[in-house]
Design a protein around this ligand. Structure first.
Ligand code: SF4
Ligand code: SF4
Length: 294
């Protein structure tokens, strides 16, 4: 159409004003969106996408290296969720209630609006209970790829997440999306084995599963008691209401502090992600710890 490309960028981490002051690039404030039909989607056939992404020729996907309570890690593919308008996001969390469903939705979305280039800021990443309540970890890397899934596969290795425990990679493999193994990814610059982050702390929701027969049986028998629940730390809660706004199931009540209605909660961990006061912990039930020796 034109010989000049129009680029835009999405980022889960950039704060208002940063673009303007440091790069001379105007920050986008247009949050209008359109509904786009996507019949090729394996799970989601229709997405609401912010207009700037639909109008630009290409976009850059700028993400951070971080852990994620629901998806274990967030990187290139998860960051594309930023093209969904903010007010529609709880709806996706509400319907994509498992890691498998959420990963499937993300892969459909990445296929609909693939970024031109994904650049990950891993100079300082986050370990532990990310993406908001973790601990900064100096890593000292900038990582880029034209394929966000390849980037995530490398980063997953760096973090020490077994590939069969990374919901996104598991779902991609089921769909026969390539790369399906780290050996298929060409890492340029530094050999992969030099990139491993020693002792990287995964989120509290990540458990090395006990694969013994009794562990599997017990898990089936006690499914209801086999949980990682969000819990309010009353002494830290300021009753700001952010978690209530983020909750896709209206499971949070704010009085003097927040309280969670367990019956409504689907354990999407959006509240834990959004609380800036570290006032929501992920509590593993006794049986969960027992089965997983966590
Ligand atoms: S976001 Fe955190 S501090 Fe704010 S009401 Fe919820 S739990 Fe309390
Ligand atoms: S209370 Fe938290 S974990 Fe439960 S549904 Fe609401 S946002 Fe998700």
């Amino acid at each position: 159409m034109k010989d000049q490309y129009h680029f835009t960028a999405i980022s889960g981490s950039l704060r208002k004003g940063l673009f303007n002051t440091t790069a001379g690039i105007e920050l986008n404030y247009d949050t209008s969106f359109e509904t786009v039909s996507f019949p090729e989607g394996k799970l989601v056939k229709r997405f609401e996408i912010i207009t700037p992404i639909l109008r630009c020729d290409s976009y850059f996907n700028l993400c951070k290296l971080k852990t994620h309570s629901l998806m274990i890690m967030t990187g290139g593919v998860k960051n594309i969720f930023g093209v969904i308008p903010g007010r529609s996001k709880p709806g996706y969390h509400s319907t994509m209630t498992t890691q498998e469903l959420f990963a499937g939705m993300l892969l459909d979305l990445a296929a609909l609006v693939p970024p031109k280039l994904t650049i990950m800021d891993a100079v300082v990443g986050m370990e532990g209970d990310g993406p908001f309540n973790g601990t900064p970890r100096h890593i000292g890397l900038l990582i880029a790829s034209t394929d966000p899934l390849s980037l995530d596969m490398v980063v997953s290795e760096m973090m020490g997440i077994p590939k069969e425990k990374n919901p996104l990679l598991v779902e991609a493999k089921k769909r026969n999306i390539h790369p399906s193994a780290i050996e298929e990814v060409e890492v340029i610059g530094v050999p992969l084995k030099q990139l491993f982050i020693p002792g990287f702390k995964l989120p509290g929701s990540f458990i090395k599963e006990n694969k013994s027969i009794w562990g599997g049986l017990l898990k089936l028998l006690i499914k209801k008691s086999y949980t990682v629940d969000p819990r309010i730390i009353k002494s830290k809660c300021t009753a700001c209401g952010t978690c209530k706004k983020a909750c896709p199931r209206d499971a949070i009540l704010i009085n003097k502090v927040a309280t969670i209605d367990k019956k409504k909660c689907i354990r999407c961990y959006c509240c834990h992600e959004m609380c800036q006061y570290d006032a929501i912990e992920l509590h593993k039930s006794f049986l969960y710890k027992l089965v997983n020796k966590g």
